[in-house]
Design a protein around this ligand. Structure first.
Ligand code: PHE
Length: 374
């Protein structure tokens, strides 16, 4: 049985010497495969006498088992080695700083919309959305702005071409059509905010053809002006993170609300810098119309009012049973005030240096518990 000893020694040496899983598999095939050395000896058993076969068969099986066990052990070693190599190769040092050229920023518009949503979410408002391309009914008629109403001219609307039926689609001039869409599809009580893009054919220092608004709508049986005031004062204080920021409701007009108001916040200018809220000493006069170079004044930040009965009716809601309030604010405007961004047009210049300066880190997700601003 010298031959068997040789085969055994050779096979074990090949297994031990296999440096890769492929080499190990080749060693396995050479020893135990169908045409392998051990199988070759097995095939000779048939020509032996019964006693010889018994002894040789047992010896062969013992070698076969021994080689198979050696292969299993070597395979374990090689698997572990391959894993170690892979781990070393794919090692990531999580303590390294982010590569600056790979570090994106969140645009202040996105950040401020998230902040606004976080505050209203806390008050139980859901987020609703509507299309940028609207029709006359949702953008105007249902909002109590009939065909010849002068408010249509004031909106500087972008119209699309005439359709076969003579109507024209338009780019929504405000987010208020989302109110209509929500009231047409949902049953009160309703409590939503609708952030989104709006468009007006206007471009100068303080107007861009595309800008952003956040709309708010509450409809319920006993909603009144006190709720509107409380809700917006709470919002303004949370958003600007100034507890005692003065808030003023000034009578105004919107076709879709009655009564209507515009909300101003108190601000002061110190050394050319606009500050939300007043310095400690002295209250301001209610007649101030705006921040003077050294003094105190008011800045308008949003429009609001009680939803007009005609609007409720247009949406199939009975104004004798339900009422509610709505508000709308310009996102760029509140973003400029909060973060001291001086020029509206820079929001849409896509200047990376500007974004680097005014943008936010992606991990700074605004939450009320963690802080809106970091
Ligand atoms: N839609 C109004 C605008 O764009 C804002 C507004 C919304 C006013 C809701 C009152 C109520 O000017």
């Amino acid at each position: 049985m010298d031959e068997l000893d040789n085969i055994r020694a050779e096979a074990l040496a090949a297994v031990a010497g296999a440096a890769t899983l492929e080499a190990l598999d080749a060693a396995r095939v050479a020893a135990l495969g169908k045409k392998g050395a051990i199988s070759g000896l097995m095939s000779r058993l048939g020509a032996m006498t019964a006693d010889e076969r018994k002894a040789a068969g047992a010896a062969l099986n013992a070698v076969k088992d021994e080689v198979a066990a050696a292969i299993a052990v070597r395979k374990g070693e090689l698997d572990a080695k391959a894993l170690d190599e892979r781990l070393a190769r794919e090692r990531v040092d999580v303590t390294l700083p982010v590569r600056p050229e790979r570090q994106g920023r969140v645009h202040p518009i996105s950040q401020v919309m998230e902040e606004i949503a976080a505050i209203f979410a806390q008050m139980g408002f859901a987020v609703a959305e509507g299309p940028d391309i609207e029709d006359d009914f949702h953008n105007f008629t249902a909002l109590n702005i009939p065909a010849e109403h002068p408010a249509r001219q004031m909106h500087d609307t972008f119209y699309f071409g005439e359709k076969p039926d003579g109507t024209r689609n338009l780019l929504r001039t405000h987010t208020s059509p989302v109110q209509i869409r929500t009231m047409l599809t949902e049953k009160p009580p309703i409590r939503i905010i609708a952030p989104g893009r709006t468009y007006r054919c206007d471009s100068d220092m303080t107007h861009t053809p595309m800008f952003h608004q956040v709309e708010g709508l509450v409809i319920d049986k006993a909603t009144h002006m006190g709720h509107l005031k409380g809700c917006l004062i709470e919002f303004v204080r949370s958003f600007f993170e100034v507890d005692d920021v003065p808030v003023r409701f000034r009578p105004s007009f919107f076709p879709f609300t009655e009564p209507s108001a515009e909300v101003d916040i108190g601000c002061s200018r110190e050394g050319g810098e606009l500050k939300i809220g007043y310095a400690r000493e002295g209250a301001q006069s209610e007649n101030d119309s705006g921040p003077t170079p050294t003094g105190k004044g008011w800045l308008e930040i949003l429009g609001c009012g009680m939803v007009h009965p005609n609007v409720l009716r247009a949406c199939g809601i009975d104004p004798h049973e339900y009422q509610g309030f709505a508000f709308g604010m310009g996102v760029e405007r509140v973003a400029m005030l909060k973060y001291g961004i001086p020029d509206l047009r820079t929001f849409f210049d896509s200047d990376l240096r500007w974004l680097e300066h005014y943008g936010f880190l992606p991990i700074d997700v605004p939450t009320l518990s963690g802080g809106l601003t970091r």
